[in-house]
Design a protein around this ligand. Structure first.
Ligand SMILES: Cc1cc2nc3c(=O)[nH]c(=O)nc-3n(C[C@H](O)[C@H](O)[C@H](O)COP(=O)(O)OP(=O)(O)OC[C@H]3O[C@@H](n4cnc5c(N)ncnc54)[C@H](O)[C@@H]3O)c2cc1C
Length: 437
């Protein structure tokens, strides 16, 4: 491997300093030698600093992206860890299979999906990504490759799912895909008025839909409003669907900070609500538009300006859901911080094998605020108070500020996990939260 000095970015705009990058191209390639700590990096779609490491060696995996094996009878697929969901979808959808759990972008790697144990719109029915991982190859700093599964190296299997890249480098991943009959989704949308409406509609519709999520207009003063969006894979095979293989357009450069201000965010939220409130009901949409609407615009994070964006995602137990949602929306409005995209979803009870998995039964809420500096930090500290008073947890994939105390409260099995960290691995997130030195 040929290394080079390089700056790495996360999606929220955090950067590394003093890092050295080395690319893995083939899963047989040796890992970088030397005493510097190391961390795997997929496509950097994590918002905070869990995919970043200062003064260390970052192992880039995106060129190690081959499909290795596929069983068309069972839908079990094995691919290298740098393979993206986009590439896997191009392969499996025409063959009648779908990714079992997908985050809101297809530009993520399989390794990243395992390391964050990502969740999708179907958590209430399916659980998290880790529930579908049958085995993976893990190279630790002793140089040996271990095949990890629920039966083999089971401790490393559990620690690596949601293990934030700290247990070694994942070389390949095997997952069980989901059979589908059509690349289309039967989508249902419904406008929401009030916090209780979200809980009523979500509980009612979850019995009927595999996928569901709600978008809220967090900028709207008065009764909260939003749109509930649910869907199932269509039963009939319609005309072929040609998903976008690349984004439709791009934000070419980082925009000035004022462009995405409170007024423009308010305006866009009002427009989105109005459009959906007028045209709600059932429709048939391609899977790309249903799962990955944000992927249509490349580098959309640049619209947030130089300071980037602060995503904040938490989960609280169901009984505290309405209170936590009401209070956090109220605090964001009182602080005059506009969230561009506020998403709410009920998590189900299917447990993940991962020791540090974030999804758990309850309600998850995700805000994204343009980062305004100290005032945004103060707001996030205030939101923490609500989340922890409700017995909740924060999501590391979205985080760049969680304290050690907040991390340990969010992940009660942190001690068990710490025993399984590869001594050569670290990240800025791990240093901040006391997982590594
Ligand atoms: C638009 C958008 C929507 C999103 N929606 C969701 C969502 O709905 N649900 C959700 O859960 N997340 C969501 N995310 C977050 C994203 O899915 C996760 O952060 C994902 O893990 C990023 O994958 P990546 O390949 O970019 O990995 P990176 O961000 O590069 O890395 C993530 C972690 O994985 C580790 N890692 C990567 N590759 C390997 C490897 N080969 N071996 C060991 N460790 C590795 C890294 O060290 C790091 O800790 C979203 C992100 C964006 C930008």
């Amino acid at each position: 491997m040929i290394g080079h000095e390089k700056t790495f970015y996360s999606w929220g705009g955090k950067v590394t300093s003093g890092s050295h990058g080395e690319e893995l191209v083939w899963r047989g390639d040796p890992l970088p030698a030397g005493a510097r700590p190391r961390l795997a990096h997929g496509l950097g779609r994590s918002y905070g600093d869990s995919c970043l490491l200062n003064d260390g060696c970052i192992v880039e995996t995106q060129r190690m992206d081959h499909l290795i094996a596929f069983d068309s009878a069972t839908g079990v697929v094995r691919c290298e860890a740098g393979c993206t969901l986009a590439k896997l979808l191009e392969f499996c959808v025409p063959r009648g299979w779908f990714i079992p759990v997908s985050p809101g972008t297809k530009f993520v790697t399989m390794g990243g999906c395992v390391a964050n144990d990502v969740h999708g719109k179907n958590h209430h029915r399916a659980g998290s990504f880790g529930c579908f991982v049958t085995r993976f190859g893990l190279r630790r700093s002793d140089g040996a490759e271990r095949e990890c599964s629920p039966e083999n190296h089971a401790d490393l299997f559990r620690a690596t799912i949601g293990g934030l890249g700290l247990t070694g480098i994942i070389l390949w991943v095997e997952v069980r895909l989901k059979p589908i009959r059509s690349p289309f989704i039967r989508q249902r949308t419904e406008p929401l008025r009030g916090i209780n409406a979200f809980f009523e509609v979500a509980r009612r519709e979850e019995a009927h839909f595999d996928y569901s999520v709600a978008w809220l207009d967090a900028t709207h003063a008065g009764t909260p409003r939003g749109v509930f969006i649910a869907g199932n894979h269509a039963e009939e095979n319609h005309a072929p669907h040609f998903p976008r293989s690349s984004p439709r357009c791009s934000v070419p450069l980082t925009l000035p900070d004022f462009v995405l201000g409170a007024w423009s965010i308010g305006l866009m939220n009002a427009g989105y609500y109005a459009a959906n409130a007028l045209h709600w009901g059932e429709s048939r949409v391609g899977y790309d538009g249903f799962f990955y609407p944000l992927d249509a615009v490349a580098h959309w994070n640049r619209a947030y300006g130089k300071k980037g964006l602060a995503q904040y995602q938490f989960v609280v137990p169901m009984e505290f859901g309405p209170e936590a949602l009401r209070e956090t929306l109220g605090k964001a409005q009182a602080a005059r911080q506009a969230s561009f995209l506020t998403v709410v979803k009920l998590f189900g009870a299917i447990p993940s094998p991962g020791l540090l998995s974030f999804p758990r039964p309850g309600v998850t809420v995700c805000f994204d605020f343009p980062h305004l500096g100290a005032s945004t930090e103060r707001l996030l500290d205030d939101l923490d108070r609500t989340v922890f008073a409700c017995g909740g947890a924060l999501y590391p994939a979205k985080d760049a500020r969680m304290s050690r105390e907040s991390f340990e409260r969010s992940f009660p099995r942190h001690r068990e996990f710490k025993e399984l960290i590869d001594p050569a691995c670290s990240s800025n997130f791990a240093r901040r939260t006391g997982l590594t030195a």
